[in-house]
Design a protein around this ligand. Structure first.
Ligand SMILES: Cc1cc2nc3c(=O)[nH]c(=O)nc-3n(C[C@H](O)[C@H](O)[C@H](O)COP(=O)(O)OP(=O)(O)OC[C@H]3O[C@@H](n4cnc5c(N)ncnc54)[C@H](O)[C@@H]3O)c2cc1C
Length: 372
């Protein structure tokens, strides 16, 4: 008999399991259908001893000191600052767009002050962008949109930018200076010994039992529990009764090389060439010294087994609302996380959401009867 069943062992599930076990002293069974902990942040050492992120580059970055202090209890973080370059017309350009990118692309000599005016002239005057294409055009105009955004967005989402929500491209900042950092958050880094070791420390507690290769569908009737936290896909919990929520997915091609470095930065984007969207060289992120290296190519796909990115469209939000309504009617079941609330959350946002759920609801809940 457990006080809680937590479904999903990513940042959301692990944060809630840790809080319940250590702060409430209650017993938790945490399960995952995969054979490992860590959710999408899982990493491991390959046959050469190089640390790899199985599901793509994961950089922890946050504006929240509370979240940063929370995760730092379980790992030492390195001081990695994320850099991304885009390979366009045979040259590298820093992303997100900054002063240097624009100067180099247009062969100009702009300063921070003149860049603003320059872009003002280039931009298409759209006051309220209705879609991802208009969102970019309203900031930088056609030339930069065509070179850096049009094909990349299409490749990534399988949908024309015109048919995607404006929020997709509004996420990308445009820097008026030469700041090459991909993220501007005050706190960023990667756990020195990897994410998996961070998760091991989060879950190492006498009140937490862990079960891997265990799908909720098969486990639910075999264990007894009083309350549940569900961080898997909300539509699958309800047997897809209103239809399937759409997700974008990725295929990863991991490759080893007998050379010290493959590329000069952690991530290179390929907006216009090749089928893959980007190449990640993990050693840059983990700051690992090794005579060999390993990279991962990322290919966008629609793999139903691995739902990664909720599709930000009005239609999918309307469908999600139906599941949210059904979820709100359930007692003693809490939906949380990227898949549980169908939101494009980063890791820090998942931790913040989980801490909030714990503080406002989980730790304040009423007594209940057994549901398992
Ligand atoms: C390619 C890629 C790159 C990313 N890069 C970054 C980054 O650089 N920085 C950043 O902050 N965020 C990044 N993210 C986002 C990050 O991965 C998520 O924010 C985070 O992993 C979500 O945590 P979660 O616990 O909500 O979900 P997940 O990590 O997805 O964990 C949910 C878990 O639930 C399990 N599960 C689902 N259904 C069931 C079931 N029925 N039974 C049992 N278990 C189940 C799944 O197997 C999974 O392990 C990236 C995501 C992707 C895909």
């Amino acid at each position: 008999m457990y006080d809680w069943l937590v479904v999903g062992c990513g940042f959301t599930g692990a944060t809630l399991a840790e809080r319940i076990a250590t702060q409430l002293g209650e017993r938790v069974l945490i399960i995952d259908k995969r054979g490992h902990i860590g959710g999408n942040a899982y990493d491991y050492l390959d046959e050469s001893g190089i640390r790899l992120s199985k599901y793509g580059a994961h950089i922890f970055h946050t504006y929240s000191e509370k979240v940063w202090n929370y995760v730092n209890q379980f790992a030492d973080f390195n001081d990695y600052i994320h850099r991304v370059d885009a390979w366009v017309s045979g040259r590298y350009f820093a992303m997100p767009l900054n002063l240097e990118t624009v100067n180099s692309f247009f062969d100009t000599n702009l300063t921070s002050e003149s860049l603003q005016q320059f872009l003002y002239k280039k931009r298409v005057p759209i006051e309220y962008p209705k879609n991802a294409e208009e969102a970019v055009l309203s900031k930088v105009g056609w030339e930069l949109y065509d070179a850096f955004y049009r094909s990349y967005t299409k490749k990534q989402w399988g949908i024309d930018a015109r048919d995607l929500d404006a929020s997709v491209t509004l996420r990308l900042p445009i820097r008026m200076d030469s700041d090459k950092r991909y993220f501007s958050d005050p706190w960023q880094g990667i756990p020195v010994n990897g994410y998996t070791s961070l998760f091991e420390r989060m879950l190492r507690h006498k009140n937490i039992d862990l079960l891997l290769d265990a799908n909720y569908r098969e486990i639910a009737s075999l264990v007894k529990f009083k309350r549940m936290i569900y961080t898997g896909n909300i539509d699958s919990f309800f047997d897809f009764e209103h239809g399937k929520l759409s997700y974008r997915s990725l295929k990863f091609e991991h490759m080893g090389y007998d050379t010290e470095y493959f590329q000069h930065v952690g991530v290179v984007n390929y907006p216009n060439d090749f089928d893959f969207t980007r190449i990640v060289e993990h050693k840059h992120l983990y700051k690992q010294r090794h005579e060999k290296t390993a990279v991962s190519r990322e290919y966008p796909c629609w793999n139903e087994e691995e739902p990664y990115y909720p599709i930000p469209s009005t239609q999918s939000q309307q469908l999600y609302r139906k599941y949210e309504e059904a979820a709100n009617k359930l007692r003693n079941v809490y939906f949380c996380g990227r898949l549980g609330t169908y939101r494009y959350y980063n890791m820090d946002q998942c931790v913040a959401q989980a801490l909030h759920l714990f503080e406002t609801q989980v730790s304040k809940r009423e007594k209940v009867t057994v549901v398992g």
